[in-house]
Write a protein that binds this ligand. Structure first.
Ligand code: HSE
Length: 307
């Protein structure tokens, strides 16, 4: 195989109470990439469409992940990449992770699958580091393997997939403005109150259990973030309105998607998710901020080959 075309999905990280620990992939939006094996050593980014991003492999999230992979392979062959971006960088729905995950997935396929799933996630995290100066996998892992992924620990990386309730839908509003993950991490205090840590652990346990048992009421009561959301909400225009209107219009819960500025809601059923989308739209259409709205089931496959 010399050339491959892949779809790499957007994703929602944190899922309210799972900061750096939980994420899920989306079906309705993602990037595409064409990756070719060449006889020339190294990583060449030949074309980027959609948004302005660095062409130097070292400074590009996908390029950096690819360099780490090729180095490990100790191959004289190289790769050439065309990136077709639909996901706004810095929008909070895993733009950098989609590129990194899609590329590591594609390279693994082109080189006859030398790496395990876990190794691919680790390579993807190398890319994520370029964008955020932090190693976390809550976007990379779901963008690569799909579904809802929980990362139990990072040293060593330990993760598992959580069953996805049948009727679970996500609504995303994505203001077309940029909040850099690096900046959104800088606003976070390094210490938390003991009482808040306990509340957060309770919610996280409840959310995982709710997903396992398709208990929508438990999902709803657990989708609360007392640690990070209060600190990041000021970075997101109209966050509190979105949360109030989303919840009043049937969402199980509303939270910041990744490090923002996108905001997500989970709902039971597509009809409810669309009602939430309408409520989100009503708030943003009265502003001068461009935005996009998606209603999506959870993407169960992650990065995949397309024709
Ligand atoms: N968990 C990360 C954060 C996701 O919220 O900073 C964004 O990359």
């Amino acid at each position: 195989m010399k050339e491959i075309r892949v779809f790499c999905p957007a994703s929602v990280a944190n899922v309210s109470c799972g900061f750096d620990l939980m994420g899920f992939a989306l079906e309705a939006i993602g990037d595409e990439m064409i990756v070719r094996k060449t006889n020339q050593t190294g990583v060449k980014i030949k074309h980027i469409e959609g948004y302005d991003l660095p062409y130097e492999a070292e400074n590009n999230v996908a390029g950096k992940a690819a360099l780490a992979m090729l180095e490990k392979l100790q191959t004289q062959e190289g790769i050439e990449i065309e990136i077709y971006k639909n996901i706004h960088p810095g929008s909070g729905i895993g733009s950098s992770s989609a590129s990194a995950s899609g590329l590591v997935y594609a390279i693994n396929e082109l080189f006859d699958r030398p790496f395990s799933e876990k190794e691919l996630i680790e390579f993807g995290m190398e890319g994520e580091y370029v964008a955020s100066k932090s190693y976390h996998a809550d976007n990379v892992a779901p963008a690569l393997i799909g579904g809802i992924v929980f990362i139990r620990g990072y040293q060593p990386l330990d993760y598992f997939k959580i069953p996805v309730p049948n009727d679970l839908y996500c609504t995303i509003i994505s203001p077309q403005i940029t909040v850099k993950t690096l900046d959104a991490r800088r606003v976070l205090k390094s210490k938390v109150h003991f009482k808040d840590a306990i509340t957060q652990c309770g919610n996280l346990g409840g959310l995982i259990s709710g997903f396992y048992t398709s208990d929508y009421s438990l999902i709803s009561s657990s989708l609360t973030d007392v640690l990070v959301e209060p600190q990041r909400a000021p970075l997101i225009p109209h966050f509190h309105d979105l949360k109030k209107q989303g919840t009043e219009n049937g969402a199980l819960g509303v939270g910041i998607s990744g490090s923002g500025p996108s905001v997500f809601a989970l709902s039971k059923g597509k009809e409810n998710a669309e009602k939430v989308a309408k409520a989100f739209e009503n708030i943003y259409q009265n502003t001068n901020i461009d935005f996009k709205i998606y209603v999506s089931p959870i993407n169960m496959e992650g990065s995949r080959v397309i024709k």
